[in-house]
Design a protein around this ligand. Structure first.
Ligand code: ADP
Ligand code: MG
Length: 264
């Protein structure tokens, strides 16, 4: 059975897409079968996986509106080693078109069930909002991975997301939990970042991943080549960190399988 994770944070520019494409590539590198679902109409995760969003014949939009199955709409990214259910601007309209449709927040979950056996991981890149699209992601997932920068307002911004996750857990998806918080764009020379990082650890304990993703220009350059950093420059510090993160994820799940689930 595939583990389905949303990469979510309602703030924009915090590293969701970078985390999604690099975790997907890292997991593929360590032998996992991965499907990346782009739920952001900006289509950055699609482009960043080497798939041209403008030339998609079918996308996650068609899947949400039930005019295509995941198996028809997904595309293989040969260079990256994983499959992509892509997105483009069309997806922005789905929000409106889904209003009034029954079980509209469960569309993605139902669609993913059909390909469940084909993957070890499904990673969903969420838009920077707590919209119906994000809700479809959260309803489909077993867990949420929250990338965050160690900045002054980081903890404050987190409470909205944590509350949303709690509500979805209580009302729509009892499987949902926070898998962990990932510290990204980290610069250890900045004292404030170290302080916030310590605060995060004292508030969230084991929910903070051990791996820290450094600020690394190669990760920022990679999307313009249509590649995740992990594929574009595997020896860059940021890429090495993302492969470490993929391993940590696989190990955590192996451990948890023997311990049983933890509530959010
Ligand atoms: P989001 O999906 O949350 O909006 P992105 O992943 O697109 O965020 O990241 C925002 C910007 O920060 C992008 O330009 C990206 O290339 C850059 N970025 C992300 N992670 C890193 C990092 N670890 N080091 C340097 N730049 C990064
Ligand atoms: Mg993004």
């Amino acid at each position: 059975m595939a583990k389905i994770f949303c990469i979510a944070n309602q703030k924009g520019g915090v590293g969701k897409t970078t985390t999604t494409v690099n975790l997907a590539a890292g997991l593929a590198k360590v032998g996992q079968r991965v499907l990346l679902v782009d739920l952001d109409p900006q289509g950055n995760a699609t482009m960043g996986s080497g798939i041209d969003k403008r030339s998609l014949e079918l996308s996650v939009y068609d899947v949400l509106l039930e005019s295509a199955a995941v198996a028809e709409a997904r595309v293989r990214s040969e260079k990256c080693g994983y499959d992509v259910l892509g997105a483009n601007r069309e997806l922005a309209g789905a929000e409106v078109e889904l209003v009034g449709i029954e079980r509209r927040e469960k569309r993605l979950k139902q669609a993913l069930a059909a390909v469940d056996a084909e993957y070890d991981f499904v990673l969903i890149d969420c838009p920077p909002s707590l919209s119906l699209l994000t809700l479809n992601g959260l309803c489909s997932a077993h867990g949420v991975v929250v990338p965050m920068q160690c900045e002054y307002f980081a903890l404050e911004g987190l409470s909205d997301l944590v509350n949303t996750i709690k509500q979805v857990h209580a009302n729509l998806n009892k499987d949902l939990q926070i898998i962990g918080l990932l510290r990204v764009m980290f610069d250890p020379r900045i004292t404030l970042q170290q302080q916030v990082s310590e605060q995060l650890k004292s508030h969230f304990g084991e929910k903070v991943f051990d791996t820290v993703i450094p600020r690394n220009v190669r990760l920022a350059e990679a999307p313009s080549y249509g590649l995740p950093g992990v594929v574009f420059d595997p020896s860059a510090r940021g890429s090495v960190a993302f492969v470490e993160f993929a391993k940590e994820m696989v190990n955590r799940l192996a451990k948890k399988a023997t311990k049983g689930p933890i509530a959010p």
